[in-house]
Design a protein around this ligand. Sequence first.
Ligand code: PHE
Length: 339
Amino acid sequence: MLEKIEQLLKEIEDLKASNAEELEALRIKYLSKKGAINALMADFRNVAADKKKEVGMKLNELKNRTQERIAALKEAFEAQDNGAAELDLTRTAYPVDLGTRHPLSIVKNEIIDIFSRMGFTIADGPEVEDDWHVFSSMNFAEDHPARDMQDTFFIESHPDIILRTHTSSVQSRVMEVSQPPIRVICPGRVYRNEAISYRAHCFFHQVEGLYVDKNVSFTDLKQVLLQFAKEMFGEDTKIRLRPSYFPFTEPSAEMDISCDICGGEGCPFCKYTGWVEILGCGMVDPAVLEANGIDSKVYSGYAFGMGVERIANLKYKVKDLRMFSENDTRFLTEFEAAN
Ligand code: PHE
């Protein structure tokens, strides 16, 4: 019996199989119920008692080796099956899917780029804010309607803690820790309690700007915004400022740009006016400077604020604002080329 086992052990080492059928045949020959090894197992009871230990160990070795060998053969031809044999080394690689930048990030970065070139630095601040930085320091009267539940998300049980409704709160944070000259832009997400529709969402993105120094005038503001409009929408873009009201600026204005769809002729997009509104702006109200620790007799400043979604809508003619937050890759990958 020992001889037989030794002989099989040798045989096993030389086994070959190049496909699944051949391998299965080997498995049946050696390892199945009626296979060679089981036959030896059945014979085992006839082995003399004093040899049982030695034979038993050998028999086990044979069984293990056979299983290992068959597993190794299987692995070998499976690896071949996976194309190793047919690998075409001259073929170009599959392109790696890198994803695309979000259209709002593309537009936000463009806005940041333009103002950076004009000397503005970027300031950042918290989205969960206190009433002081969002409203009080920005000259909102105690009973101003914007503080109302209609517009503002309050953190439950903390009426003083809210989600910021504009990034003017960051301007306040910059002013309270620095003195002029201050020239910052504040990009970020803001929240307002609005019913979600194609033209409004409960969160959106802003870039606000602030410049405080000696002798800052409305002309400076106008010039910077004209430069921005031309760089963002093209050299031929015209701007128009309409008087408006914000608690934190005086005088205040809203800025329109000439409609770049009809070139100012009038079309459904600009509601036949030839103009589309893009931002709010004005001279910083002296009360805001004072509230934030800046001497309004020495310094003056201007501020502006725009919605990134609004600018993206104008640039890409996206009809429904909700597309920006739905994560539909069919929409998002359309902006690949703009990367
Ligand atoms: N904070 C204003 C808003 O959120 C925008 C703005 C900023 C207007 C600065 C004027 C000056 O609507």
